[in-house]
Design a protein around this ligand. Structure first.
Ligand code: KG4
Length: 333
């Protein structure tokens, strides 16, 4: 089954063709990151406009790259939330029109389910059940994936997302947006114990996370140093931030595995590209006898292929949309 999938939840416009949930026939992505960089973050109105400009050409490119024509497409899939509402609406409306024009089913896909499914593309043997650590620019959560479309959130951030924390600290350090990768480069060779940053203790559900205290502490460090004219160990700070964020995530993922008895963990989302987090996950999983799947860097960020993968399983479960499909800024997994 060939699924033509669209993604426009943030600042990447993407169209892909995926066969039977596992085989990527094409994966066309146009990132707007450069456009937003001068503003230090995504400007929603610009994102929507750029999606409108790009999406038709990307659909054609996805078909051409796959060596297919329109009649070869069996279904159309689209991210319908969560994300920037104006941005989401672009691909949702385009996909609705495409499904109608082709006379094929429409499959709505949750963005984070897509991030998790990126692992199905990289690891043919991977099947639920497993735990997923979803860490992106807008979300951070630990999800129990009991089946392809059967998911329960075990813990989530109470405030900022892990990626947002990297991005905001990067911004005060004068690094370009999105800040995760530049922070990782700056952290290279830095001492992760240089600056003692807070680790959150969250009341209630101890699998929930919090990144805002850590973000504020790091931002204050930068401002205080500037006010006092003290030299900041920028590398040390970047390394300390990565260590603190990783400490927020990795022990909780291990605790979730202990509680649920799951023996497989997958990482998902843009922040899963982070070297410190990947290394810490590898070590912790080795020590706890957990099989770990880390998606290749190319599949960590937003893309259309991951939506096409999850769409196949949503289709098999009978989760279809129609012309009344809407987009949702917030959406339960
Ligand atoms: O999954 P994604 O592409 O978009 C969302 O769905 O949010 O994630 C983007 C986030 C940004 O916050 C970016 O700074 C972060 O992922 N990111 C990283 C790295 N690469 C991207 N964070 C830490 N280390 C990285 N190497």
């Amino acid at each position: 089954m060939n699924i033509l999938a669209f993604e426009s939840s943030c600042d990447e416009t993407a169209a892909a063709v995926v066969r039977d949930g596992r085989q990527v026939l094409s994966d066309a992505i146009l990132s707007q990151a450069d456009m937003h960089a001068i503003y230090g973050g995504v400007v929603p109105e610009i994102a929507s406009r750029k999606h409108v400009e790009a999406i038709a050409a990307l659909a054609d490119k996805a078909l051409a790259d796959a060596g297919l024509t329109r009649p070869d497409i069996d279904a159309v899939a689209v991210t319908y939330g969560p994300g920037l509402i104006g941005a989401l609406l672009v691909a949702v409306n385009f996909a609705k029109s495409a499904a109608l024009a082709l006379g094929k089913p429409l499959i709505p896909v949750h963005h984070l389910r897509g991030h998790i499914a990126a692992n199905y593309l990289a690891f043919p043997e991977l099947e639920p059940p497993f735990l997923a650590l979803c860490i992106s620019g807008g979300n951070s959560m630990i999800v129990d994936v009991a089946g392809y479309t059967d998911m329960t959130i075990l813990g989530a951030t109470r405030d900022d997302a892990a990626g947002e924390c990297f991005d905001k600290i990067a911004r005060v350090l004068g690094l370009p947006y999105p800040g995760g990768k530049p922070m990782e480069e700056l952290a290279r060779g830095g001492d992760p114990a240089k600056y003692p940053l807070p680790r959150a203790k969250v009341a209630g559900n101890d699998l929930d996370m919090s990144f805002s205290g850590l973000k504020t502490a790091a931002v204050n460090l930068v401002h205080n140093a500037a006010q006092k004219g003290e030299e900041l160990d920028r590398s040390g700070l970047a390394a300390s931030v990565a260590a603190a964020i990783s400490d927020e995530l990795v022990p909780r993922a291990m605790e979730a595995a202990r509680r649920t008895g799951r023996t497989t963990l997958v990482a998902a989302g843009g922040v899963a590209a982070n070297k410190t987090i990947r290394t810490d996950l590898e070590r912790a999983c080795r020590e706890n006898g957990i099989k770990l799947y880390l998606p290749p860097l190319s599949l960590c960020g937003d893309n259309g292929a991951m939506i096409g993968s999850q769409a196949y399983y949503e289709y098999l479960a009978g989760h279809l949309g129609d012309a009344s499909l809407n987009a949702y800024a917030n959406l339960e997994i």
